[in-house]
Design a protein around this ligand. Structure first.
Ligand SMILES: *Cc1c(COP(=O)(O)O)cnc(C)c1O
Length: 522
């Protein structure tokens, strides 16, 4: 190891663990772990059960012909296997997680305590409604908060993620247009500054997607958008605050223009954390917007879920919202599961999910909302924006900040790779950050900025934590600007060094093959 102006790093890059200096391959508390297929066997098990009583199979020809040979481990080995693997992962409980657009904030433990109360944790989606009145009240109260915070008319609670909420909103827009006899409107306009899921959602729902350019300051080009409106346009999908970390100031004018041309307005509200308590999307003429409970309202995410993406609707779109929803009546709460002739939901487009949505996430989100209160939520947005601007202004003399001159950012700070040394790019900075003990920021996104680095610190980081992160990112950026070749093979301190990500994406190895069998087959 050497120490110099840019910090600690190995003299020779270590590739994988092949040059690890220990007998085990372990590096102190960083433990190597083989695949479960390599250490387990079909004969080993942590539990011994008596062989099943022979009974006639009811599977017919669908019965399994031979054992599937899944590897087993004794209980202590199984516990260690998964604990060791979990330690090779990064988590919000370990440190600042600057992944832009993902709002990786602290998940308060109070939320977990509430979600684990048996009345919520053990609730069954088919339980008789009069036995789950408390759970329905949680859904109803949360719905009330979401409608109030957004200034919208109604909310569909069941969508299970942000992208799922987008689909829900677009299906409601489609149902509304069809009800008006305007099903021929087949194009959805999506600005360049929108999240990638927006065009994917529109295409998935059967629409043609057209790009609207961004202005030099990173916002939707209002003139270009207005010029494109017409009788074939179903609507727009606009991320606000957008993926450049900027608020779309022309939102009201955009909505008015789209409505005047007969279209509807979808807003991607995944970045609501930056404006909660400060801006009500309902005041901006929006017809539908999803909210990521797993971002703004601190329910845990990463590692594939579960998320929760309720969608708020304007009065015009509310009749088309999906079922089910919870309604309060004079004798308690009920689940509205069927379309009725009632004025609220006479045109529902159907269902997004089999049951009612993510009860655990609803409980966590409502706990978070009630423990913050209206004033606390407003402060969340203010502190999230303050922290992002602190990061932006601390680093804009080191890294290029493409929209730094456009004024303050919202919840995330955007940098580019344009002033790094020849041959160095965003990936080198990101991998260098891993050696500094941080999960990388969002890379190469948004697409409007070359070599984008999108940093979202969130409001739950202290000034000391921000200062340490800023110091680490500045140090790595200085090395990339100075052309430090060691950075090209970073990370050096992670369990695995730089991987060939192109190869992994093009030729993913998704199935483990027994090497002995593979040799025998050759
Ligand atoms: C996270 C995010 C989404 C997608 O949300 P998922 O829950 O991951 O499906 C959509 N838009 C924006 C702006 C986001 O940040």
């Amino acid at each position: 190891m050497t120490i110099n102006a840019s910090g600690w790093r190995p003299e020779t890059p270590v590739v994988g663990n092949s040059t690890a200096p220990t007998f085990t391959g372990n590096k102190g508390l960083m433990l190597e772990e083989a695949l479960i297929f390599e250490i387990g066997s079909a004969e080993t098990t942590g539990v011994e059960v008596a062989p099943p009583v022979e009974a006639p199979s009811r599977l017919g020809t669908l019965g399994r012909a031979k054992p599937i040979g899944l590897p087993g481990l004794a209980e202590p080995e199984a516990v260690r296997h998964y604990t060791r693997l979990s330690r090779q992962n990064y988590a919000i409980d370990l440190g600042l997680f600057p992944l832009g657009s993902c709002t990786m904030k602290h998940n308060p433990r109070l939320n977990e305590k509430m979600a684990r109360l048996p009345g919520f944790a053990d609730v069954h989606p088919l339980a008789p409604v009069d036995t789950v009145q408390g759970a329905l009240e949680v859904i109803h109260q949360l719905a009330h908060w979401l409608v109030t915070l957004t200034g919208m008319h109604s909310v569909a609670m069941s969508p299970k993620a942000g992208a799922h909420g987008e689909l829900c909103g677009i299906l409601a827009i489609r149902a509304a247009l069809e009800a008006r006899g305007e099903g021929h409107r087949k194009t959805i306009l999506v600005p360049e500054s929108a999240h990638g899921t927006n065009p994917a959602t529109a295409a998935f729902a059967g629409y043609a997607v057209e790009d609207i350019p961004a202005t030099a300051e990173g916002r939707v080009d209002l003139a270009a958008l207005t010029a494109r409106l017409g009788p074939d346009v179903a609507g727009v999908m606009i991320t606000n605050p957008n993926t450049c970390g900027l608020f779309e100031r022309d939102m009201r004018a955009i909505s008015d223009a789209v409505h005047a041309a007969g279209g509807l307005v979808y807003c991607d509200g995944a970045n609501f954390n930056a404006i909660v308590g400060r801006v009500r999307p309902g005041d901006l003429g929006i017809d539908a917007m999803h909210i990521n409970l797993h971002k703004t309202f601190s329910t845990p995410h990463g590692g594939g879920g579960p998320g929760s993406g309720p969608v708020v609707f304007s009065e015009a779109l509310s009749p088309y919202a999906p079922l089910p929803f919870v309604e309060q009546t004079s004798d308690g709460f009920r689940l509205v599961e069927e379309e009725t002739a009632d004025e609220h939901h006479d045109h529902s487009f159907g269902r997004m999910v089999a049951f009612q949505g993510q009860m655990g996430m609803f409980t966590r989100a409502l706990t978070y909302i009630l423990s913050h209160g209206a004033d606390g939520l407003r402060q969340v947005a203010e502190d999230a924006v303050l922290n992002a601007n602190y990061v932006l202004r601390s680093l804009d003399s080191t890294l290029d900040a493409p929209f730094g001159a456009s004024g303050p950012c919202m919840h995330e700070a955007l940098f580019s790779d344009s002033n790094l040394a020849e041959g160095f790019s965003t990936i080198d900075v990101a991998k260098g950050l891993i050696d500094e003990g941080y999960h990388p920021m969002t890379m190469y996104f948004p697409l409007v900025v070359h070599g984008a680095m999108l940093v979202e610190p969130t409001e739950t980081e202290s000034k000391a934590a921000l200062d340490q992160f800023i110091g680490a990112l500045r140090s790595v950026a200085e090395r990339a600007k100075a052309g430090d070749v060691a950075l090209k093979s970073a990370p050096h301190f992670a369990p695995r060094s730089r991987l060939d990500e192109t190869l992994a994406a093009r030729k993913p190895v998704l199935v483990w093959k027994d090497p002995e069998l593979a040799v025998a087959a050759e």
